[in-house]
Write a protein that binds this ligand. Sequence first.
Ligand SMILES: NC(=O)c1ccc[n+]([C@@H]2O[C@H](COP(=O)([O-])OP(=O)(O)OC[C@H]3O[C@@H](n4cnc5c(N)ncnc54)[C@H](OP(=O)(O)O)[C@@H]3O)[C@@H](O)[C@H]2O)c1
Length: 299
Amino acid sequence: MRHQYHPLGFDGSRIAQGFWRMNEWNMTAEASLGFIEACLDLGVTTFDHADIYGDYQCETLFGNALALKPALREKMEIVTKCGILLPSSNRPDINVHRYDYRAEHILASVDRSLAILQCEYIDTLLLHRPSPLMDADEIAQAFDLLFTLGKVKHFGVSNFTTNQFDLLQSRLDAPLIINQVELSPLALQHFEDGTLDHAQRHAVTPMAWSPFAGGELFSGTDEKAKRVRAILGEMAQNKKCSVDQLVVAWLLRHPSGICPVMGSGKIERLAAAVNAVSIELSDDDWFRVWIASQGHSVA
Ligand SMILES: NC(=O)c1ccc[n+]([C@@H]2O[C@H](COP(=O)([O-])OP(=O)(O)OC[C@H]3O[C@@H](n4cnc5c(N)ncnc54)[C@H](OP(=O)(O)O)[C@@H]3O)[C@@H](O)[C@H]2O)c1
């Protein structure tokens, strides 16, 4: 029997907020709730998690905040991930840093995420990183069960090559709706390796992790970071906006519909990113950044 999957695919906000660094924000549950509400007020409704974030603690922090106002759940889309095993004092059952896409692990990981996020369902579950041992048929069985039980509405992947994506998709009833990959002016590889072409062809939303290269864009001391920072600084002055806004506009300009996943816990940074939606970049502007990153002109 084929399952009735939602045909609309990813229906999230244009910009997402990531919670990888949430345990560094040192917020009380009340302050976290305030942050979540402020995100929603800005129209940022898609929240990105993973089981392992913050040494397996970030989903708990988020869940504790959400528990203060459970009605907010319906106003957001929760994306979370599974599949990486990370040895940690919080997970003494894990011995080796590796991947696990056995059905048993996927199901257990979702149950754990639901329990600590303190919610009934996950909007989109992503497989965090491809594994040489992943068995697409076994993953398909796990996905079908999670969908049938109402625990997960949509499925996607992260850091998958187009071939890995296609192999998994060939065994699934559910459409994979997201491939979350590293994309920034300092990380051009997925603009060129077919990932974004594939996403457009199959109506998959590319989510950009580390859109500021984890902060390297602002602080990196290598030549590439310096070149990109210099051109962005010049352009920001001309356009009367900030460098971070230009980077967001640069990602949004791509025709694949990239959804940048912002990583800061400072709400003013997210507000700036949201305002960047209205910044128009000419093709000249876009290529100036591309050329600065490459360190040479296009062919
Ligand atoms: N799927 C995957 O494999 C994967 C991997 C990595 C990340 N992710 C997701 O992507 C999200 C974003 O990643 P990320 O945190 O690396 O994103 P990022 O936005 O590239 O980097 C965030 C870092 O940049 C700093 N920053 C941001 N704006 C700044 C500014 N204007 N000036 C100076 N520093 C600035 C932040 O510092 P402040 O905190 O001081 O603002 C923070 O340390 C994560 O939360 C996670 O959800 C996914």
